[in-house]
Design a protein around this ligand. Structure first.
Ligand SMILES: [Zn+2]
Length: 136
């Protein structure tokens, strides 16, 4: 796989569809915490208990990265920060369904680690994750 600067968090994907993010927030912002479905165990819980995953453009293929700051645009997938849920999601190809396209997972172990850390770190981890996932 070719390594290139284009793998960094694309400003294009963030600014391309800002209206869609807002729409999603408004639509689900009923009551206090919006409810989301974990794509691993299918439990519906408040989104503050889940890690958001986003699909960003990689060098050749899209890459799944944690989006703890919830700033990446586009469609999101939600997952408990637990190894079990991450594993289940991978086994069931739930990412393909969540993103409505075929999502190549190049390094499952790495992705699981990122998911487990996803609820702790700030925005810097997302950039690092994109680099790690796309830049090897
Ligand atoms: Zn779960």
């Amino acid at each position: 796989m070719v390594v290139g600067p284009a793998a960094a968090v694309p400003a294009s994907s963030r600014s391309a569809r800002p209206s869609r993010i807002r729409q999603e927030e408004v639509r689900t912002h009923v009551g206090h915490v919006p409810q989301r479905t974990c794509i691993g165990c299918r439990e519906v819980v408040g989104q503050d208990r889940l890690v958001r995953l986003s699909l960003v453009a990689g060098e050749q293929e899209p890459v799944v990265v944690p989006d703890p700051a919830r700033r990446l645009g586009g469609r999101g997938a939600w997952l408990h920060p637990s190894r079990e849920c991450a594993d289940r999601a991978l086994r069931r190809r739930a990412f393909n369904r969540a993103f409505r396209r075929s999502v190549p997972i190049q390094d499952e172990a790495l992705l699981i680690e990122q998911i487990l850390q996803g609820d702790r770190d700030g925005s810097t981890s997302t950039t690092a994750a994109v680099r790690t996932a796309a830049g090897r």
